[in-house]
Design a protein around this ligand. Structure first.
Ligand code: NG1
Ligand code: ZN
Length: 537
């Protein structure tokens, strides 16, 4: 049989639900798992096409729905350097996902081959993994059917965190080159992180232990594994206490735990029994997001979100580049979205004296903007982010001749941070070790970190609207251009509030419009959010 016959035959086993329209959004395809069989099959075809288009470079596929409830699942494609799938391919993937029949699917597949000049003779290579959701194995079977039908070579990495899959994708595609990213194995990931952590600590010590809430997701077993590679705190390492690591009880995933729960509910997960001033963090269901928090004896629950992690990292790396004598040479910047607290933006520009850039929501936009700097720090307020270094920066860290022991120290630490920080995507495990390194170097408790700046009171509300696609934005989603007249009303409301700021945009992952508001006091922020929500509705 020809490959098109194979695809046609295989597709018949994965029929598309007739009444559904699918879209590759900010988080790939994500929905109730029962609707995903055809979507995953067709995303497998997209992955193979993408690999062939890139001359047989390996494409990654991750099956996960991150912080969504256990009954959901999703699929995302990863480009060769471990980055999110290139934008134009989201449209190709969407087109394949929506073909109305098996025959039409094959037609679109052939059309894409022709229009994108893809040779069917080129070997396609794909690797994939999944999180711990019960629907994972069945969706993997659909993916494998697609890869076999199109004749792709593939490797199943079973369960991994999303960032581990990104790591492996980059390792495979850089193997044997000067940019080689690491050993191509899960073990290689743990070894790289643990050895970099040790070098970055430089004999400093972490105090007490950290409680890590693993959202009852894949981060639990993977952190348990990572711990085996880390020294104890008494030996210059770290003591980690894990909570919410039950991956056998499927319904417990992201239930009353995890980064999204902590961020939206503004409280610690009930299972966490950490004492006052103890460091705590929560991962999300696929361990690409992290949020810190602690209980302050005076002020109660205190959240240290993505903005606080970004500012901590930017301040530390900024100091190191100055100590290393590289401040003139290297451009450092912080990339945020409109959801970043205004106080954090202020802190970066006024106190750290670093530039900030605002991009639309979605990690791919932040990542792209961050690569424009030599050191690009990017985080969404919800805890998804990382720090990316330019080739020039990495070269400078490794080749600059130190003029003093202090300079050597700073350069060594920068080299270690480059290895510690996942360069492909936000990685909760890597980000946690980064925060721990910084707090140890600064001898800071979470309270001192919290005091760097005070968040403006803010409120995020979800508004159900008739058609969210009517909401069109500009200026990195901070202003509405449609529906006409709505922005003027929002501006009018904002002007009445001290330190007021508010915007509305259509969610890319849920059928709703999100309204965000900030103001000088809690009640004013709530009031502004409610008024803007009423305008939008
Ligand atoms: P949407 O639904 O487009 O607001 C949400 C998060 C994003 C990002 C994506 C992907 C907020 C306000 N939005 O996007 O930051 O994480 O999901 O998961 O938190
Ligand atoms: Zn996630």
């Amino acid at each position: 049989m020809s490959s098109t016959d194979n695809i046609l035959a295989a597709s018949k086993k994965h029929p598309k639900p007739a009444d559904r329209v699918f879209q590759y959004g900010t988080a790939g395809f994500r929905m109730n798992a029962s609707l995903l069989d055809s979507v995953v099959f067709r995303a497998g075809l997209t992955a193979a096409l993408r690999s062939r288009k890139l001359g047989g470079q390996t494409i990654g596929v991750m099956i996960t729905a991150s912080h969504n409830p256990p009954e959901d699942n999703g699929i995302k494609l990863v480009d060769p350097m471990g980055e999110m799938l290139e934008n134009s391919w989201e449209a190709h993937s969407t087109e394949l996902a929506n073909a109305q029949s098996d025959e039409e699917l094959v037609q679109i597949y052939k059309k894409l081959e022709a229009s994108l000049k893809i040779s069917p003779e080129t070997t396609a290579r794909v690797i994939f993994a999944r999180d711990t959701r019960p629907s994972g194995p069945k969706l993997v079977a659909a993916l494998v059917d697609a890869l076999e039908a199109t004749g792709a070579e593939y490797t199943d990495y079973k369960t991994l965190t999303t960032p581990q899959l990104h790591y492996l994708t980059r390792c495979i595609n850089t193997e044997g080159t000067p940019q080689s990213y690491g050993e191509i194995s899960e073990k290689g990931y743990y070894e790289k992180l643990s050895s970099a952590f040790k070098r970055a600590m430089k004999g400093k010590t972490t105090s007490g232990h950290i409680t890590v809430d693993c959202a009852n997701g894949v981060g639990g077993p993977k952190l348990t594994e990572l711990i085996k590679y880390l020294d104890k705190a008494s030996e210059g390492g770290i003591d980690i206490k894990i909570v919410n690591d039950d991956v056998l009880k499927a319904e417990s995933l992201n239930h009353e735990c995890g980064a999204d729960y902590v961020k939206t509910k503004q409280r610690a997960p009930p299972a966490s029994k950490a004492g006052p001033n103890e460091r705590c963090c929560s991962l999300d269901g696929d361990a690409d997001r992290i949020i810190y928090y602690f209980s302050d004896p005076e002020n109660g629950f205190r959240l240290l979100d993505g903005d606080k992690i970004a500012t901590l990292a930017a301040s530390f790396i900024g100091d190191l580049t100055r100590e290393a004598g590289l401040a003139e040479e290297l451009k450092i910047g912080v990339v945020q979205t409109a959801y970043a607290n205004g106080a954090s933006t202020n802190y970066v520009t006024k106190s750290l004296k670093l530039p900030t850039v605002c991009t639309p929501t979605g990690v791919k936009w932040l990542h792209h903007a961050a690569t424009k700097f030599d050191v690009g720090v990017y985080f969404e307020a919800n805890g998804h982010g990382t720090v990316v270094f330019s080739q020039q920066a990495v070269k400078a860290f490794h080749t600059k001749e130190p003029q003093s022991p202090a300079q050597k120290n700073a350069l060594d630490t920068l080299c270690a941070l480059y290895d510690l920080i996942n360069q492909t995507v936000g990685d909760a495990l890597s980000d946690m070790l980064l925060v721990e390194v910084i707090l140890a170097h600064k001898s800071w408790t979470p309270k001192e970190w919290d005091l760097t700046y005070v968040d403006l009171p803010n409120r995020l509300v979800r508004v159900e609207v008739g058609n969210r696609n009517l909401f069109k934005t500009t200026d990195a989603e901070r202003k509405l251009v449609e529906p006409q007249g709505v922005q003027a009303q929002i501006d009018g409301l904002v002007a009445k509030f001290k330190d007021g700021r508010s915007f509305a945009r259509a969610s890319g992952t849920e059928d709703a419009v999100r309204v965000y508001a900030e103001a000088a006091t809690r009640s004013e922020a709530d009031d502004l959010a409610a008024k803007v929500a009423a305008v939008v509705k």
